[in-house]
Design a protein. Structure first.
Length: 102
């Protein structure tokens, strides 16, 4: 096997491994309309984490849901997050603004 073929094979294997690894540790978070971090939870709920550290949960149907501070939430990838607050009013206001344009 020539040196070029070995190099090409090694590059292909490393690129494939890199793609698989990045998919395995891909974050389950995205950014919401108001700049908050949205984390998909097991069961389909969504955790909103605001820049000031406050949190709120929206259930699988998109409705704000009361979650007690201190409760353990589980991301889709298995990571556990401790709920530190329940800013349900903020989430309700954001949803209202999105629906009614204000």
């Amino acid at each position: 096997m020539s040196t070029f073929t070995k190099s090409a094979l090694i590059a292909t294997v490393l690129a494939t491994a890199s793609i698989v690894a990045s998919a395995a540790i891909a974050p389950t978070a995205r950014i919401g309309a108001f700049g908050e971090q949205l984390v998909t939870l097991q069961g389909g709920s969504t955790l909103h984490i605001y820049k000031d550290g406050q949190m709120a949960v929206e259930n699988v149907y998109g409705r704000p849901t009361v979650v007690a501070p201190g409760q353990q939430l589980h991301e889709k990838n298995g990571t556990t997050i401790a709920m530190n607050s329940d800013d349900i009013a903020r989430l309700e206001m954001e949803q209202f603004q999105q629906l009614h344009g204000g």
